[in-house]
Design a protein. Structure first.
Lengths: 181, 121
């Protein structure tokens, strides 16, 4: 997978320690009981799960944002094309959810972009387009990073899950051996 | 449950890889379903527009319905449909490749661990 191979722009590996792979269960335990180690692993698993949920949320938000930006870009591109052709645009715009009114647009040379935090700024059509294109790219980059982070955390989760199963199985075997002798 | 075979680092890496592929597979399948329904809608819209007698047809751009000449609407719909179909083909290809890799990993891992491993999808 390409996403897995690309170098991480993410600082997640610095924040989240990698799950340790245990070469050998017995030496990993170092005299501790299986129960203690299992609890530790369960704790780590829970933390990884929590982070995964957060990442999935962020991924959803970004995937939602992307089409929104594209919609804005489509509108600006259309205005640009109409301006170049010197045509007027007739359109129905929504006044409220189900109410539309007709408008004629001619000679539109600028649009107002909502920047968030209660700020709107007027841009020429060209500048608006450029800004939106940049935002779209930025969104895609962020998505790539989040995608990478998701896979990273998935690795840690899987490793921890396998470790838990191994400690558990090891413990069962020990008990069995103890009962047999 | 007789776990006679111990897990080596390379096995762990294979299992991780499988898990990654599985996550990705589910995502891609969701994307594919969404794209397919998009393509269906576009196709339907294209057919409807062809039946129109009007010179212009309202076409959604951003939040507005822009009245565009019919040919232009048809053109735009066709472009959107082509893009959707291209995306569908790419997704299908990716899914095929992921499924292939998963099948390979399954063979190897099941051969080693037998019943003590469960590779869910």
């Amino acid at each position: 997978m390409a996403a897995a191979e690309q170098k991480p722009l993410s600082n997640l590996p610095q924040l989240i320690p990698e799950a340790v792979f245990m070469e050998d269960v017995e030496s990993f335990l170092q005299g501790r009981t299986a129960e203690e180690v299992l609890n530790e692993l369960r704790g780590a698993h829970q933390k990884y799960k929590y982070i995964e949920a957060e990442i999935v949320q962020r991924k959803k938000r970004l995937s939602f944002k992307q089409p929104e930006i594209r919609k804005c870009l489509d509108a600006v591109t259309l205005l640009l094309a109409q301006q170049e052709a010197g045509e007027q645009t007739v359109l129905d715009f929504s006044l409220s959810d189900q109410v539309y009114a007709r408008a004629r647009l001619a000679d539109v040379s600028s649009v107002n972009l909502w920047l968030g935090a209660g700020v709107m700024l007027e841009y020429s059509l060209e500048d608006a387009k450029e800004l939106l294109v940049r935002q779209l790219e930025g969104c895609q980059q962020q998505l790539d990073v989040v995608q990478w982070e998701h896979l990273y955390i998935k690795d840690q989760l899987t490793t921890t899950e396998v470790s838990m199963a191994r400690v558990y199985n090891w413990d069962v075997q020990q008990r069995r051996a103890g009962a047999a002798s | 449950m007789a776990a006679a075979v111990d897990v080596k680092l390379e096995d762990q890496q294979k299992i991780n890889r499988f898990s990654r592929l599985n996550t990705r597979l589910h995502e891609l399948e969701a994307q594919l379903a969404a794209k397919r329904s998009d393509a269906e809608d576009l196709e339907e819209a294209g057919n409807e527009v062809m039946l129109l007698d009007d010179e212009t047809a309202p076409y959604v751009v951003g939040e507005c319905l822009v009245h565009l000449p019919r040919e232009q609407v048809e053109e735009r719909l066709q472009t959107a449909l082509d893009e959707a179909q291209e995306a569908i083909q790419k997704l299908e290809g990716d899914i095929r490749s992921i499924k292939g890799q998963m099948a390979e990993l399954k063979t190897v891992l099941y051969a080693k661990f037998g019943n003590s491993i469960n590779l869910e999808e």
